[in-house]
Design a binder for this molecule. Structure first.
Ligand SMILES: [Zn+2]
Length: 399
């Protein structure tokens, strides 16, 4: 029988954590550095301490449990995720990955395995973007932080850092020496319906998709809605509507692995009785590699008569082949079914990919629901994920 994590110990931790910041509908509100989030982080260190593990908090507020290698100079294998949530989030997103990482350390310690690496279970600060987004993992990877113009606004950031006792000028001190890292490995719920739909137990993530966003402006001619005949109009709203339909059709028919969204549409002057003179469309699309993003972008704008202004761009992050092999190998050893897939959502693993071998495994999300109190993953799937995390970690630590 293969070594297994202690499913009951993991379950009791999972239930205890889910009660911290619980909302009336059974979700959680642990927005980064709010009271419930800080309480969850204290609880995490207490659990680590109770298990006889070393604990640490770095300059970016990342919380860690450590199982040291005998050799003081041994490099570190990071396992982790995040304990923060979106304002009305579910119990699994991030939490499962952190608790499974802690459970892996306890399992290795209980088995008295001596590994040539230090194992570290890390809870990254502000993954969800209440403040900056991926704040803790960017700091660890030495990537630039958006502190001047953070997503949640300056006031929210300053107040939250003060509440957590963190100093803005010192956040970047959390940077790790890449030569001291073996790899980063993260268990997470899929947050989409593909594993469940395919009846597969484990997802081996190949890449975190890249995204590009554009503001597209269609110009027409504002005109009287009663006196302007239909064939004499230059209706910017109609042009925008046709574009929205075109975007959907192109992606569905020609780019099955990509997604594209028009999330906002604004007409000017914007009245019942005026044909729209201007239409502003917010377009975002995501795909797993640069080449596909380039092709999709060219196709979406082909022959479109509009002013196109790029707004933002996130590069796709391929995940490490060694880590993918370790995850698939662990699933095979445990007799679990697996398939490769991409992640349409951002994760701390994309920050770590800049400095070490980084990889992720997914477990199925019931009905693909996430960022919602109804978020659910069967307990068997959670345990399977934790066991794959354990065996993938063992494989990577010995390589
Ligand atoms: Zn997450």
């Amino acid at each position: 029988m293969k070594m297994q994590i202690d499913a009951q110990r993991l379950r009791s931790d999972f239930d205890a954590l889910a009660a911290i910041g619980v909302t009336p509908d059974g979700g959680v509100d642990r927005s980064a550095l709010n009271d419930a989030h800080l309480e969850a982080r204290r609880w995490f260190l207490e659990r680590a301490d109770a298990a006889g593990l070393e604990t640490a908090v770095d300059a970016a507020g990342n919380h860690s449990a450590l199982l040291r290698a005998h050799d003081a100079n041994a490099p570190t294998l990071l396992l982790g995720s995040h304990l923060d949530s979106v304002p009305n989030g579910g119990r699994y997103d991030g939490a499962l990955g952190v608790l499974a990482a802690l459970e892996v350390l306890r399992t290795v310690r209980d088995a008295e395995l001596e590994l040539p690496v230090t194992l570290e279970a890390i809870d990254f600060t502000d993954e969800e973007g209440t403040l900056v987004g991926l704040l803790g993992s960017y700091a660890v990877a030495g990537l630039p932080l958006e502190l001047a113009n953070p997503r949640g606004g300056r006031d929210v950031l300053v107040e939250a850092l003060a509440r957590a006792g963190l100093e803005e000028s010192r956040l970047t001190d959390a940077r790790r020496d890449p030569s001291q890292l073996v790899a980063y490995l993260e268990l997470h719920i899929e947050q989409g319906p593909r594993l469940e739909g395919a009846g597969v137990q484990i997802g081996v993530v190949t890449a975190i998709v890249g995204a590009r966003s554009f503001r597209v402006t269609f110009a027409g001619r504002a005109a009287h809605a009663g006196t302007t005949p239909m064939d004499a109009r230059a209706d910017a709203g109609l042009a925008a509507a046709r574009f929205v339909d075109r975007v959907n059709r192109i992606v569905v028919e020609e780019f099955p692995d990509a997604v594209a969204t028009v999330g906002a549409l604004e007409l000017e002057p914007g009245a019942f009785n005026v044909v729209a003179g201007l239409a502003h469309v917010s377009l975002e699309f995501r795909a797993q590699d640069e080449e596909t993003l380039d092709r999709l972008q060219a196709r979406l704008f082909e022959g479109v008569d509009a002013q196109v202004e790029p707004v933002a761009r996130w590069e796709p992050t391929p995940l490490d082949p060694d880590v993918r092999t370790a995850i698939a190998g662990a699933a095979d050893e445990l007799g679990l079914s697996w398939r490769e897939l991409t992640s349409g959502a951002g994760h701390d693993a994309q920050a770590l990919a800049n400095v070490t071998r980084s990889g992720m495994l997914f477990v199925p999300s019931q009905n693909g629901v996430s960022h919602n109190p109804a978020e659910h993953t069967s307990w068997d799937d959670c345990v399977n994920g934790a066991n794959v995390l354990l065996h993938a970690a063992l494989a990577l630590s010995r390589r």
